[in-house]
Design a binder for this molecule. Structure first.
Ligand code: SGN
Ligand code: CA
Length: 528
């Protein structure tokens, strides 16, 4: 067929118009959310605590924004992930604790991005039962997963992989980026590491790191919890509750150390192949012999336990940092760095000996706060440190905002896109917190509370009824409960009013807490 001569002109016009449209609305950004598990901000060098070096995570701070006061709404793994996905508080999305089921049928921001044309993948730890919804591709750990030769569920099929969990997770993420995704679509990748979760089993190449290092105990390591009965009730003490075999790796061949978690540790270490086990033993057996030959006592034992804990915890983080470097390198090599939002965060913070603890759950700063670093060269100036009270609750609306997808009205978080771009006009003036998993491991009682720019008000309830008030400007380590102090009556009343208003705004209440408690106790008792 003969093509009329006018066609090329029309085609040219169409191309020109399309070009104009493309210019008016630039391509939507790619998004990578890197989440690790239990990564304390104190253990990221960009946060300035001097414990370790994380050069790759630090790149995000140098080339983007670091949030100094980011927090979670519920400091425990699965609930935190549910909050991130849905943009709703635990009492709205229904996943209030690690134990009860998550409802994947509800909407989440991955589904919203997928519907709007994004290629989506979830790789690594998610800790939410059932098949993930909202992802074209998923490779996830069952539950907590294992460090060595872990199982992954690949698009619904469970299989075991040889290797170390952190490097495998990075490999799977890179594979999807390189060959798995639809290259014609913008992408969303949730790249979620298991590390540095308990029991802190490092990759062999990092055994030598920190081997001779002793760590300074935090000032409040020997906290006596005066004025804080719920804190006193804990079971997460570094010197009292860490398990010699499981946590501190004293798996003695003569089986003298019959600790509570010895069997559990055997199930983890039992997954290793002969080569992995040989490397493990070459490192830990001399430490075990030294310990048995001359077991430290008293304060020396506390320091020894803290050092053992910190050495392995920080080693696990080194492998996480390597993975971040590989992903950032991939973006550079492919010319994608400018157009990709990269977020680094954790499902919550963690205690590194503060108040004498490991673990999380409390609304005190170290576990209430979480790392949050965001790089997006198109919009975010390099090297910013921002102190707004952003929360994991805000990730879903923020990412929808960047992707030009309408934020559903029932989402409870706020977009911090403008904040990240350096707009310091008002953001939310508070952060609201709820914690429910009690009675349970570590014995952290049920509580809720509010943090404002300067103060924190917390209410512990259920088998005690106790309020705490902290002035974070004068008492950043929360040692001095000011509740009922005669000098703080005005601020106490103001915080109570604020807390009530915030609870009403989000739709939380004492009645709802009573319902959650009843459901939880029934669940634990195995009642329907
Ligand atoms: C496990 C750990 C706890 C930890 C929870 C929740 N015990 O149960 O120390 O608090 O996970 O962690 S362990 O003996 O199994 O290691 S979370 O990050 O998944 O919420
Ligand atoms: Ca966690």
């Amino acid at each position: 067929m003969k093509i009329p001569r006018v066609y090329p002109q029309i085609l040219g016009l169409i191309a020109c118009l399309l070009g104009a449209v493309a210019q008016a609305s630039p391509a939507r950004p790619n998004i990578i959310v890197i989440m690790s598990d239990d990564h304390a901000y104190q253990a990221i060098s960009a946060y300035g605590h001097g414990l370790n070096e994380t050069p790759n995570i630090d790149r995000l701070a140098h080339e983007g924004a670091l949030f100094t006061r980011a927090s979670v709404t519920n400091s425990i793994c699965a609930p935190s992930r549910a909050v991130m996905l849905t943009g709703k508080h635990s009492f709205k999305n229904g996943k209030v604790d690690n134990l009860q089921a998550f409802n994947w049928a509800q909407d989440n921001f991955a589904k919203q991005l997928q519907r709007s044309g994004y290629a989506t993948a979830l790789i690594g730890k998610i800790h939410l039962n059932g098949t993930p919804e909202g992802f074209d591709y998923s490779t996830v750990l069952p539950g907590q997963g294992h460090y060595y030769n872990p199982d992954f569920i690949v698009n619904g099929q469970r299989q075991q992989f040889a290797g170390y969990v952190t490097t495998l997770t990075t490999e799977f993420a890179l594979e999807w980026l390189q060959t798995g995704r639809d290259p014609d679509k913008p992408f969303l990748l949730l790249y979620h590491q298991k590390a540095p979760h308990r029991a802190w089993m490092p990759e062999p190449k990092y055994f030598p790191l920190f081997a001779d290092r002793s760590f300074e105990l935090p000032d409040n390591f020997f906290d006596d919890y005066t004025g804080r009965p719920a804190a006193a009730h804990h079971e997460m003490g570094v010197w009292r509750d860490l398990d010699l075999v499981y946590d501190l790796k004293m798996l003695d061949p003569v089986e003298e150390l019959q600790t509570k978690y010895r069997q559990l540790f055997l199930s983890h270490i039992g997954r290793m192949n002969a080569d992995q086990r040989a490397k493990w033993d070459a490192h830990y057996l001399p430490l075990i012999e030294a310990y048995l030959a001359d077991p430290p006592l008293g304060r020396e034992l506390a320091q020894w336990k803290f050092d053992r804990y910190m050495q392995d915890y920080l080693r696990c983080i080194q492998s996480v940092d390597d993975g971040v470097g590989e992903v950032l390198d991939y973006l550079d090599e492919e010319g994608l760095s400018e157009d990709t939002i990269v977020i680094y965060t954790s499902d919550q913070g963690f205690y590194l000996g503060e108040h004498g603890w490991f673990d999380k759950r409390f609304m005190y700063e170290e576990s209430f706060r979480t790392p949050m670093l965001v790089r997006y060269p198109r919009e975010i100036k390099p090297g910013q440190r921002l102190d707004q009270l952003v929360q994991n609750l805000d990730l879903a609306p923020t990412l929808l905002d960047y992707a030009s997808v309408e934020i559903p009205p029932d989402i409870q978080g706020e977009s911090f896109r403008q904040v990240a771009s350096g707009d310091d006009s008002a953001f939310r003036d508070h952060a609201y917190y709820t914690y429910y998993e009690y009675p349970a491991e570590h014995s952290v009682m049920r509580h809720y509370g509010i943090r404002t720019d300067r103060y924190k008000l917390i209410h512990f309830y259920h088998d005690l009824d106790y309020w705490e008030l902290y002035d974070l400007a004068t008492d950043p380590t929360e040692m001095n409960n000011l509740y009922d102090s005669p000098d703080h009556q005005d601020i106490q009343s103001a915080l109570h009013r604020k807390l009530e208003a915030v609870r009403q705004h989000y739709g939380d209440s004492d009645e709802l807490n009573a319902e959650h408690l009843e459901r939880y106790l029934a669940f634990r008792a195995g009642r329907p």
